[in-house]
Design a binder for this molecule. Structure first.
Ligand SMILES: Cc1cc2nc3c(=O)[nH]c(=O)nc-3n(C[C@H](O)[C@H](O)[C@H](O)COP(=O)(O)OP(=O)(O)OC[C@H]3O[C@@H](n4cnc5c(N)ncnc54)[C@H](O)[C@@H]3O)c2cc1C
Length: 423
């Protein structure tokens, strides 16, 4: 009996457990998932909580419901991987053996990494929305916020769902307008990037959307510390941004046990081949989802598309054959624009987001790089697909690799009204 151990029962780990159980014979393979608790969070739902939309019970479900029969689920805090001995140690002393290991323990916001962030203002005037508790506390703070400087801030890249801070900013602008207090609030977006986003065309379009909404963009801001007494964030080049309410995305890092096990880079992500997700150090270890260091977005869509390619590769690899599948970094992300509209971006390692229609060429119904109501409805509908199709590993009618069908070359992209602010 060969043993496959999957560390982490989040998006990637759960999809893989379901897909692999169907493909690996029960008599030959024992599959076990390890996670610290029984709460599976639909993290995209955190975005809406601060604005009073959504509830905890729509975001959290029992993890074990999504782990299929025939797969073991072990609850415990992972302490260390002993790769030389093919063993994983849990903090409570239990030891699990494996023949093949998949690391799918994601990435976590780490406010402790920026001096002053967790100081006396943490969850008083400094909040995050990358955790359930953070998003809930921020909702309370927004309830009593009616004037001043609202600063949305990214500490360092990479972060999971890199568009989420922009989405939060657009939703905040719409929420302030709806509440009749937009003219009393200065809204600012502070980023370590040189523009609104990472990819040039999308960055320009999203930058226009900030401008249209009179949201100030502060770029190249590498945060050194937060001064909680003076309520300012300070960059390494000693620029200061004052705030009344700071909504920050703390440094994101892979799991500490990855570093303790000698398997991580400086941010505790596992170095892997970007096409096969096989560890660059060990021939029986893979890392899937946010836990690896591939130069793609850290997003549920990437976990999903890469898992599709991974499964066939895993079967070939464990049968001693070369892996023929190649992941291309495919990501697609809805970008909430406020006022019940959203953009959709679709891209990979080589190709930046382009305009056009998705998923059906010429038909859509989704529009790329354009704010529409259908895209917004698509984003809302995705929660249902997540629980019922994606996590159980059922087939989705979307190609795992990026398709150029229906896409227009960059020269055809219109920059007038990309955010759909005009009637
Ligand atoms: C606010 C927000 C909005 C987002 N919006 C989108 C979106 O619109 N579209 C999109 O595609 N993606 C979105 N994402 C990103 C998406 O949620 C993640 O990329 C995705 O969940 C990654 O899956 P994963 O399996 O790699 O990690 P996760 O789903 O985070 O799972 C990791 C698992 O590992 C477990 N674990 C970690 N360390 C240990 C340990 N030491 N011991 C035991 N267990 C451990 C955790 O408990 C967790 O269950 C969003 C994320 C956030 C925060």
């Amino acid at each position: 009996m060969r043993k496959l151990l999957i560390l982490g029962g989040g998006t990637a780990g759960t999809i893989l457990a379901n897909k692999l159980r169907r493909r690996l014979p029960d008599d030959d393979w024992m599959i076990t998932v390890v996670d610290r608790d029984d709460e599976h969070h639909y993290q995209p739902g955190y975005l809406f909580l601060p604005f009073g939309e959504g509830t905890r019970n729509k975001i959290v479900r029992s993890r074990h419901h999504f782990i299929p029969d025939g797969v073991g689920l072990v609850y415990g805090e992972i302490d260390e991987i002993c790769a030389g001995d093919n063993l994983v140690r849990l903090q409570d002393g239990r030891v699990l053996a494996y023949d093949f290991l998949v690391i799918a323990t994601g990435t976590t916001p780490r406010p402790d990494q920026t001096p002053g962030m967790e100081g006396p203002q943490w969850q008083h005037s400094i909040f995050d929305f990358y955790t359930l508790e953070g998003a809930e506390r921020l909702a309370q703070a927004l309830d009593s916020f009616d004037r001043g400087r609202l600063v949305v801030h990214i500490s360092e890249m990479p972060i999971k769902c890199p568009v989420a801070p922009l989405e939060f900013t657009f939703l905040a602008d719409a929420w302030l307008r709806r509440n009749g207090i937009r003219d009393r609030v200065e809204l600012e977006f502070v980023t370590p990037l040189d523009g609104a986003f990472t990819q040039p065309t999308a960055s320009a379009q999203l930058g226009h959307m900030l401008e249209d909404r009179k949201i100030e963009l502060v770029t190249d801001f590498m945060v050194e510390r937060i001064d909680p007494d003076r309520k300012v964030i300070v960059s390494y080049d000693q620029r200061e941004v004052p705030f009344d309410l700071l909504v920050t995305v703390p440094v994101n890092m892979g799991a500490d046990f990855v570093a303790r096990s000698g398997l991580g880079d400086e941010l505790h992500y596992v170095p892997v081949d970007q096409h096969t997700l096989l560890s660059t150090q060990h021939d029986n270890i893979f890392a899937v989802g946010d836990a690896n260091n591939i130069p793609a977005s850290k997003a549920g869509s990437v976990a999903h598309f890469s898992a599709e390619i991974f499964v066939d590769n895993f079967l070939q690899h464990t049968a001693g054959r070369p892996m023929t599948g190649s992941f291309d970094g495919h990501a697609n992300c809805f970008v909430e624009a406020g006022d019940d509209k959203a953009l959709l971006i679709d891209f990979n390692y080589e190709t930046e987001p382009l305009s056009g229609k998705y998923p059906l060429p010429g038909v859509g119904p989704m529009s790329l790089l354009k704010a529409t109501r259908i895209n917004h409805l698509g984003k809302l509908a995705f929660r249902h697909l997540y629980w019922n199709v994606l996590l159980p590993g059922r087939p989705m009618p979307l190609p795992a690799r990026m398709s150029m069908a229906g896409k227009l070359p960059a020269a055809h992209i219109t920059t007038s009204d990309p955010g759909g602010t005009k009637p």
